[in-house]
Design a protein around this ligand. Structure first.
Ligand SMILES: NC(=O)c1ccc[n+]([C@@H]2O[C@H](COP(=O)([O-])OP(=O)(O)OC[C@H]3O[C@@H](n4cnc5c(N)ncnc54)[C@H](O)[C@@H]3O)[C@@H](O)[C@H]2O)c1
Length: 363
C-alpha cells in the first residue's frame, strides 16, 4: 500500500479523510513496537472497520519489511488534507506532538468548506437520494443531523425540493442559525417516528442508532453524507437477530425488522451517500477544492525546498491564496468584480488587490 517504485514513499501527500496519513503514522508506531518486543498489531482489537483494515495491512506488511512506514514517514515532507474529519485527526495528532510532518488544512480554506461542503452537498445529496430511490422529496419530512457546512447544504437542498426539514444539533450557535433559517430544531427522540428521510452530516459517530431505526416509519430512507459510515449504526443493524435484507438495487438495501415487519431503506450501506449513490459533487465546485489542494502542495514544496518555516503542525493557506481561488473561478460564472479605488481601499484599511478581509471574518 502506498508503495512508490524506486523510492521509500511519496514526497508529499494529498489526503482526504486522513487515512493515508494515519497509515504512515500507525505504520511507524507499530514498526517501532515490533522492533522493541516483536509484537504485531491485532485487527481484532478494534470494532472500527477502517482501523481494522489498517491494522491488518500493517500486520501483513511488518514481517515482510520492518521499516517500510518508518522510511515513508522520513520521505514525506508534508500533507494537504481535504476534509473536516481528516483535519480533526491532524489537529489531534499535532496536539499530542505526534504529527510527523507539516500539514495544510485545505478544508478550512473559505473556498473549500464554504463551497464544496455547502454547495457541493446541496447538489449531490438530493441527486443521490433521487437516483437511489426516485422518491418524491416534496412534502416529505426530512431530518438532517448536524447543521454545519454540509448539513446546511443538505437542509437547503431538501427544503428547495419541497421537504419539511428538521434539524438536530448539539451546538447552540448552529441550532440558532437553523432556527433563523426557518428550520425546526428537534432531538432525534422527538421526531424519529415521523421522519421520511434521515441524513446524517455530523462527522461524529452513533448518530442514527439501532434503537432509532427500530422506531422509524416503514420504508424510512436512511443515509449518511459525513465522512465515515459509523454515523449510522450499521453493524448493529446488520447483526440484529432475524433481520432480513432485501437488496432493491446496488447501493439500496431494505432492512426488515422481524417482529414489526417494518423496513428501513439504507443507502450506500451507510457510507457517503453522494459517492455511493451518485457521482459526488459537480466538477466546478471540486475545482475550487482542488485548486486549494494544488496551492497547498506548492506551498509545502516551497517549505521543503526553500523556507523550511513549518513545524510538524497544521497550517492554513494565507488569505490571498483563498481569494485567488475564488478569483480564478469568477470568469466561468460571468461575474464582474468591482475594483476598489485607492481612496476606498485606504478608507476600509485594505490593499486595492486584497486581501479584503482579516482572518477572523466568517463569510
Ligand atoms: N460527502 C461529502 O461530499 C462531504 C463533503 C465535505 C465534508 N464531508 C464530511 O461531512 C462531515 C461534516 O462536515 P462539516 O464540514 O459539515 O463539519 P461541521 O463541523 O461544519 O458540521 C458538523 C456539525 O455537526 C454537529 N454535530 C456533532 N455531533 C452531533 C450530534 N451528535 N448530533 C447533531 N449534530 C451534531 C456539530 O455541532 C456541527 O455543527 C465530516 O465528516 C466531513 O468530513 C463530506
Amino acid at each position: 500500500m502506498m508503495t512508490v517504485p524506486g523510492a521509500d514513499g511519496c514526497d508529499q501527500l494529498v489526503d482526504d479523510g486522513g487515512d493515508a496519513t494515519l497509515l504512515i503514522h500507525k505504520g511507524k508506531e507499530f514498526e517501532a513496537k515490533y522492533a522493541k518486543d516483536g509484537s504485531l498489531p491485532d485487527p481484532a482489537s478494534t470494532n472500527n472497520a477502517e482501523f481494522k483494515c489498517i491494522l491488518q495491512l500493517l500486520k501483513d506488511s511488518i514481517p515482510l519489511d520492518k521499516t517500510k512506514y518508518t522510511r515513508m514517514a522520513v520521505q514525506c515532507k508534508g500533507v494537504s488534507e481535504e476534509t473536516t474529519t481528516g483535519v480533526l485527526r491532524l489537529r489531534e495528532m499535532a496536539a499530542k506532538n505526534e504529527l510527523l510532518f507539516p500539514a495544510i488544512n485545505v478544508n478550512d480554506c473559505v473556498t473549500k468548506s464554504k463551497f464544496d461542503n455547502v454547495y457541493g452537498c446541496r447538489h449531490s445529496l438530493p441527486d443521490s437520494i433521487m437516483r437511489a430511490t426516485d422518491v418524491m422529496i416534496g412534502g416529505k419530512r426530512a431530518l438532517v443531523c448536524g447543521y454545519g457546512d454540509v448539513g446546511k447544504g443538505c437542509a437547503f437542498a431538501l427544503r428547495g425540493a419541497g421537504a419539511r426539514v428538521l434539524i438536530t444539533e448539539i451546538d447552540p450557535i448552529n441550532a440558532l442559525q437553523a432556527c433563523m433559517e426557518g428550520f425546526q430544531v428537534v432531538t432525534m427522540e422527538d421526531c424519529v417516528h415521523e421522519i421520511d428521510i434521515f441524513t446524517s452530516a455530523t462527522g461524529n459517530f452513533k448518530i442514527i442508532t439501532l434503537e432509532h431505526m427500530k422506531k422509524m416509519k416503514n420504508n424510512a430512507i436512511v443515509c449518511n453524507i459525513g465522512h465515515f459510515d459509523n454515523e449510522i449504526d450499521m453493524e448493529d443493524l446488520e447483526q440484529f437477530p432475524g433481520m432480513t435484507v432485501e437488496n432493491i438495487k446496488p447501493q439500496v438495501d431494505r432492512f426488515v425488522f422481524p417482529t414489526s415487519g417494518n423496513g428501513v431503506i439504507v443507502l450506500a450501506s451507510g457510507r457517503l451517500v453522494n459517492l455511493g449513490c451518485a457521482t459526488g459533487h459537480p466538477s466546478f465546485v471540486m475545482s475550487c477544492s482542488f485548486t486549494n489542494q494544488v496551492l497547498a502542495q506548492l506551498d509545502l514544496l516551497k517549505n521543503w525546498k526553500e523556507t523550511k518555516a513549518y513545524k510538524n503542525d497544521v497550517y492554513l493557506l494565507p488569505k490571498h491564496l483563498d481569494e485567488k481561488v475564488a478569483l480564478l473561478h469568477l470568469p466561468a460564472l460571468g461575474a464582474h468584480l468591482t475594483t476598489l479605488s485607492q481612496e476606498q481601499a485606504d478608507y476600509i484599511g485594505v490593499k486595492v488587490n486584497g486581501p479584503f478581509k482579516n482572518d477572523t471574518y466568517r463569510y
